[in-house]
Design a protein around this ligand. Structure first.
Ligand code: GDP
Length: 444
């Protein structure tokens, strides 16, 4: 149905054969198409604007690698930025609080709140062996409490006995009380929705929150929500304070834009997605899948991945050259550590290469093992550009700052520097003999 972004970008950018760095014009042309794709995927206008600004900032001046067109390069940057903005994958529901842990479900009417309440209850009880109690606080829709009771029967999760005439706040209090008495680990409160956001709804949510002290407040939202997604998320977050999002109807033909809008506005993690009406249709959230969906085009994924591979290969070649010339700064080391992580850590890489024993010893002497890659990378990213390019300027006060920034200590920074010096010296020596290049290329 949608014209492929790749095609559109292609037609615009075929004329652009610029090499070297992405120009303002390349980026603007590509971003016009990306902007359309995002709007078609129902990402809210404000969010599209700030997103494309961010991408522009990253993209202009970025190196265009051989064999990649400028447009493809922009797509890669857009894709990565989407994934990073959509956040971590599968952040679990946090039950780390004294029992009974209260989970409050909020959202508009028809968003799938009641269904999701039962899905989550079932998952916690079946997968995590939790004793769960569900309660409907929807006193306005006559059938709501009965609907939850039936879902409880179906999923074999206890529901709070219905008492006619109680207010939502009273039911909330009674739920927590009943859970305490009944030895339940978790109480899930299914609050009432409205067809749209209004003041009484927000006031009611705030009151229920005060009465039940929930540990999680999950906003359930229909993924088909278009431009309203931002308002919805902002209102609930500002007035009630949410801890996470659940997006329903991801099995439908929505294009995932609401996910980006809501995540961008609240900064709260998308914890789960609903993928059908059945009780087991609840899944972990994978940012990459949604990013692919937002960009919309099946082949874009492989395109992007291929581009990434090429980037890696070209980076490796450039690095090998640099090493041979005896230049190897901390930026290069960070690149290498990242590559190593990608390739299965030290064991994976060293195993592939004959004759790398010396390098391995060097690293081992400096105390570097796989677990340390992450910390080493953190140290390097806490340094300034100048420090990375010229580690010799790292004296006591700078090290102190870097240790604080990376959550490490001076000893660890010294270890990293020692390792870097060792590697750089060895590379110089190898480069000097004119033989190192091939081996170094192998390292990457
Ligand atoms: P509530 O008013 O927010 O409590 O919404 P309900 O839980 O009653 O759900 C409204 C309708 O949406 C019901 O028919 C559900 O079966 C359906 N529904 C909920 N979640 C999903 C989902 O992830 N996918 C699909 N296809 N339907 C869903």
């Amino acid at each position: 149905m949608f014209e492929s972004l790749q095609e559109r970008l292609g037609s615009i950018l075929n004329g652009l054969t610029g090499r070297g760095a992405l120009s303002e014009a390349d980026v603007s042309a590509a971003l016009r198409e990306v902007r359309r794709a995002l709007l078609e995927a129902d990402v809210a206008l404000d969010v599209v604007r700030s997103f494309t600004d961010k991408v522009r900032e990253k993209a202009v001046g970025a190196a265009v690698l051989k064999s990649i067109k400028p447009g493809q390069m922009v797509v890669k940057i857009v894709h990565d930025e989407l994934v990073s903005m959509l956040g971590e994958e599968g952040v679990p529901i946090d039950l780390n609080a004294p029992a009974p842990v209260v989970i409050m479900m909020v959202g508009l009417q028809g968003s799938g709140k009641t269904t999701t309440t039962a899905k989550i209850a079932r998952r916690l009880s079946e997968r995590q062996g939790k004793k769960v109690l569900m309660a409907s606080l929807d006193t306005r829709r006559p059938a709501a409490q009965e609907q939850l009771r039936q879902l409880g029967e179906q999923t074999k999760v206890a529901t709070l006995p219905i008492v006619a005439g109680q207010s939502p706040v009273e039911i909330a209090r009674r739920s927590v009380q009943a859970a305490k008495l009944g030895g339940h680990d978790v109480v899930i409160l299914d609050t009432a929705g409205r067809t749209h956001i209004d003041e009484p709804l927000m006031a009611e949510m705030a009151e229920i929150r005060a009465a039940s002290n929930p540990h999680e407040i999950l906003l359930v939202a229909d993924s088909l929500t278009g431009q309203d997604a931002v308002n919805l998320a902002r209102n609930f977050d500002e007035r009630v304070g949410i801890t996470g999002l659940v997006l329903t109807r991801m099995d439908g033909d929505g294009r995932g834009g609401a996910a980006l809008s809501m995540r961008a506005v609240t900064g709260k993690p998308i914890k789960l997605i609903g993928t059908g009406e059945k009780m087991d249709a609840l899944e972990e959230f994978y940012p990459k899948r949604i990013a692919d969906r937002i960009l919309g085009m099946g082949d874009i994924v492989s395109l992007v991945e291929k581009a990434a591979e090429t980037i890696d290969a070209e980076k490796a070649a450039a690095m090998a050259k640099k090493m041979q010339s005896g230049k190897f700064d901390l930026n290069d080391l960070a690149d290498q550590l990242g590559q190593m992580q990608k390739m299965g850590g030290m064991g994976g890489i060293m195993g592939m290469m004959p004759g790398m024993g010396k390098m391995k010893d060097q690293m081992a002497a400096a105390g570097l093992d796989d677990r340390m890659f992450g910390r080493q990378l953190a140290i390097i990213s806490s340094m300034t550009k100048a420090e990375r390019a010229n580690p010799d300027i790292l004296k006591h006060s700078r090290k102190k700052r870097i240790a604080a920034g990376s959550g490490t200590d001076a000893a660890e920074i010294n270890k990293l520097l020692k390792m870097h010096r060792g590697m750089a010296d060895m590379m110089k020596a190898m480069g000097g003999k004119g033989k190192g290049g091939g081996m170094m290329r192998g390292l990457m």
